[in-house]
Design a protein around this ligand. Structure first.
Ligand code: FMN
Length: 185
């Protein structure tokens, strides 16, 4: 049976986004996907917590698409985490709403792979900067899937961006219907 995937696209300026927006456009039309543009939904930063929690309850996989900003995430996504993943819902006593679901991050970076090395400009592997996400998944008893990454996003050619968007789309399909993909390979 197909799984339901909640796809959150998070970019502060959709018109200026090239890579993240292209990925969003590729994934949003899939069946069994609820695709939401977080900044479009909440331009005033007033998040509908009850709606977001209901969506999380109704989906098996949560996929979050965002550019890396200052080794972290855009501010509305942080607010979404603060307000939606609350005590008693996502963690703590009675907080089991997310248990057993999967968390798939899909991010883009300005820096190339070489920048995320001990000798590189950012001095640490990208995974180090994603540790708060990984531990959030752990706390909420979600499975943390290896993140999808497009490095050097600003320098990527149109062809590379399209190819990566196809890759993310295919990965989303495999998360929605793992049995189908296994049989088909
Ligand atoms: C405010 C801001 C902070 C950024 N911080 C980082 C960073 O810490 N590391 C990095 O590799 N790229 C950083 N970048 C580059 C973005 O990650 C890159 O422009 C984005 O992934 C491109 O995606 P888009 O075409 O959808 O905008 C930053 C960009 C902005 C605007």
């Amino acid at each position: 049976m197909s799984k339901q995937l909640y796809f959150l696209f998070v970019h502060p300026d959709r018109r200026r986004s090239h890579t993240n927006r292209t990925i969003f456009e590729h994934v949003r039309t899939l069946e069994n996907v609820t695709a939401v543009d977080l900044y479009e939904s909440y331009p005033g930063f007033h998040i509908d917590v009850a709606l977001e929690q209901r969506r999380l309850r109704e989906h098996d996989v949560v996929m979050i698409q965002h550019p890396i900003y200052w080794y972290s995430m855009p501010p509305l996504l942080k607010l979404w985490m603060d307000e939606v993943l609350e005590l008693g819902f996502a963690y703590g006593p009675g907080g089991t709403a997310l248990a057993g679901k999967a968390l798939q991050l899909s991010v883009t970076t300005g820096g190339g792979p070489e920048a995320y090395t001990a000798e590189g400009m950012h001095a640490h592997p990208l995974e180090t900067f994603l540790l708060p996400w990984a531990q959030t998944a752990q706390l909420c008893k979600m499975s943390w899937l290896p993140p999808l990454v497009l490095h050097s996003a600003r320098r990527a050619s149109e062809l590379e961006v399209q190819a990566h968007a196809e890759h993310v789309r295919a990965h989303a399909v495999s998360l929605i219907n793992p049995a189908f993909v296994r049989e088909g390979t």
